[in-house]
Write a protein that binds this ligand. Structure first.
Ligand code: FMN
Length: 240
């Protein structure tokens, strides 16, 4: 595939076909990701690859946790405190705190993207149930047959995160070249403990995010969503 075609074809896929990703394809994707540049070539990331029974166990575990978390998010402070005391499995135990409040200049972009997605799906502003279902789909990996989880070395701080981002984009583009689709997911960074059950995770590595991966369901409405991007000049600083 032409590089520019792969760039243009990549978008977040949120519905997948029920078709496994063959092992050699997954290995090829990881090998392509491994060509990425990184800080002093330290390659400060580790990847957990979940397929088959491990993926199913995670799908189950994360979905159950999300169903506990959702009502807690709306609960009064005392209920949250009680849940913390009881170590409620719905409370996130991820390594990074989710963003609570978006900066004023970024919030409108976030809102526009969210609105665009819900509009495409025909989900109304007050349809809390449908919104919940869409959020919950994150934890079922949108039906994908494979999921990756990215861990970054805490010792390099933001540079590990930067490197992991480069790795992720390389892998996502390589996926397009293989006819696969993907969705990077911060949501999959909410809980670390379910992953501890299935993978040997070094203590120095922090869970950053996940990625659902598989063959896109081309009939799914959600996959027609292509949010607008800023023109490059909006990202370029004016000269003094
Ligand atoms: C680090 C990262 C985390 C993301 N987390 C989520 C997520 O949790 N759930 C989701 O549906 N999309 C998630 N996305 C996808 C973004 O919403 C998407 O990239 C953005 O809207 C632009 O759309 P595009 O990928 O189709 O170009 C994430 C993307 C990135 C890069």
């Amino acid at each position: 595939m032409e590089f520019v075609d792969a760039l243009n074809a990549r978008h977040s896929v949120r519905a997948f076909r029920d078709r496994p990703v063959p092992g050699p394809v997954l290995e090829r994707l990881l090998a392509r990701g491994a060509t990425s540049p990184s800080w002093s070539n330290t390659q400060p990331y580790q990847i957990a690859v979940a397929t088959g029974p491990v993926l199913e166990a995670l799908r189950d575990d994360l979905s159950r946790r999300f169903e506990r978390l959702a009502p807690l998010q709306r609960a009064p402070a005392w209920k949250k405190a009680l849940a913390a005391l009881r170590r409620d499995p719905g409370l996130p135990d991820g390594d990074f705190r989710p963003v609570q409040r978006y900066p004023d200049d970024l919030q409108p972009r976030r809102v526009a993207t969210g609105r665009g997605l819900y509009r495409m799906l025909g989900i109304g502003r007050d349809d809390h149930r449908a919104r919940h279902q869409q959020m919950a789909a994150n934890f079922r990996f949108f039906g994908a047959p494979a999921a990756l989880f990215l861990f970054v070395h805490r010792g390099l701080g933001v540079y590990s995160v930067l490197d992991a981002g480069i790795f992720l984009q390389t892998l996502m583009l390589a996926a397009v070249d293989e006819g696969l689709g993907s969705c990077a997911q911060g949501a999959l960074g909410l809980w670390r403990s379910p992953l501890e059950r299935h993978f040997e995770i070094p203590a120095d590595y922090q869970l950053l995010c996940g990625l659902s991966l598989g063959y896109p369901d081309t009939d799914a409405t959600v996959n027609r969503f292509h949010p607008d991007k800023l023109p490059a000049d909006a990202l370029t600083l004016a000269r003094r």
